[in-house]
Write a protein that binds this ligand. Structure first.
Ligand SMILES: [Zn+2]
Length: 378
């Protein structure tokens, strides 16, 4: 298969995928009849010149202050700019945070009432209508796959809330691996482990969805094969292409449901005063969860070993821990600065997280507390 050329993939979000795909933005905006977009990005992507390269010309309004974990305050600030400039659509350029924040703006620019009333946990799914502002998503990392996902995670009053609706799918995604060529090794590894975790958790989810499982297995195969190369040689185009595909596949498949890794990563990512990277959290939590889940899905573990090219005796949890070490990721939550006294509260929130419902093996609050302690790594 060639990595040259741009493929058109119509799954849920029409996606233009390939080196140079971001240059299609002008055409796509014309097609969607968006004349005055709000461009949502973060300070790092702006400073690196990536966003300005993609937005070569045209009348745009910038919101370039997306925080590492999107917050309600940032969504409201960007929504105000959208209204003031009479914008008619959104272009999100960045990692999952910018794309999730853009989904929050797409919602709040067109719906009334407080943001929290649209959270999935308070029955908001039904309240989000097709009236949302249209968004073109252009990822600059290969991890969340938010460009083809229907969910946004936004911190509201210290809790990471899930906003979910078929209307939150971006109208178009432009996946251009060229935008990831200069992503530093640590971020490449951490975001790549997020993509791998999406594929693993979705594949292990007990819901019935064979097409999603086929996508998940393909994503596991690509991420396992290419994550180290992308991390050690960022300019390897084939590695970048494959990691971006694994990321997109991760989000295409996770409508089948995630699991305990994400159930814990969400509350950990919402801890105030301790900005923890979502992908790094997943990488660190994955080994303990894989160990915990194995008795519930032995055949699937067999299949996973085949897909990553490991022998029948390989312990998947150990394989992930070794991979983390080779990628230079931290050995546990303690090394990330997580204090032991928050674990009990995180376990409470993990048990209530929607991702718990689709974990391969039912996990209680006590199980979460044990998984968190096992993931401290000290
Ligand atoms: Zn994730």
């Amino acid at each position: 298969m060639s990595i040259e050329g741009i493929a058109t993939i119509r799954y849920l979000t029409t996606t233009s995928f390939g080196f140079g795909a971001s240059a299609l933005l002008g055409e796509v905006l014309t097609e969607l009849e968006i004349a005055r977009p709000l461009v949502v990005t973060d300070p790092g992507v702006r400073a690196a010149g990536i966003a300005d390269r993609v937005i070569a010309d045209g009348e745009v309004t910038w919101f370039d202050r997306t925080p590492p974990n999107p917050t309600e305050a940032a969504v409201l600030e960007a929504t105000e700019m959208f209204r003031m400039a009479a914008c008619d659509g959104i272009v999100a350029i960045g990692g999952g945070s910018s794309i999730d924040l853009a989904k929050g703006v797409a919602l709040m620019a067109t719906h009334s009432g407080p943001l929290r009333s649209y959270a999935a946990v308070s029955g908001g799914v039904e309240l989000i209508t097709a009236h949302v502002a249209r968004t073109v998503a252009i990822p600059t990392t290969a991890g969340t796959g938010s460009e083809v996902g229907r969910a946004a995670m936004i911190n509201v009053a210290g809790r990471k809330l899930d906003f979910m609706s078929p209307h939150l799918f971006p109208a178009r995604a432009l996946c251009d691996p060229a935008l990831t060529l200069d992503l530093p090794p640590f971020l490449t590894a951490a975001t790549g482990m997020d993509a791998l975790t999406h594929c693993l958790e979705t594949y292990l989810s007990p819901l019935v969805n064979p097409p999603a499982e086929a996508i998940a297995l393909d994503g596991v195969r690509r991420a396992a094969r290419w994550i180290e190369r992308a991390t050690t040689d960022g300019h390897d185009r084939e590695a970048r292409w494959n990691m971006m595909m694994a990321s997109t596949e991760g989000a295409l498949t996770f409508q089948k449901g995630l699991g305990a890794v994400h159930a814990m990563a969400h509350p950990l990512g919402a801890l105030e005063d301790l900005p923890l990277h979502h992908g790094t959290l997943n990488a660190v939590l994955l080994p303990a969860v894989l160990r915990f889940n194995e008795p519930a899905a032995p055949e699937k573990y067999e299949r996973l070993r085949q897909v990553i090219g490991a022998g029948p005796d390989v312990d998947l949890a150990g394989w992930v821990a070794d991979l983390n070490a080779r990628l230079g990721l931290p050995p546990g939550l303690a090394a990330m600065g997580v204090p032991p006294d928050v674990l009990s509260r995180v376990a409470d929130d993990a048990e209530r997280d929607p991702a718990t419902e689709t974990n391969a093996r039912p996990a209680t609050r006590a199980d979460y507390e044990e998984l968190l302690r096992a993931s401290m790594g000290d």
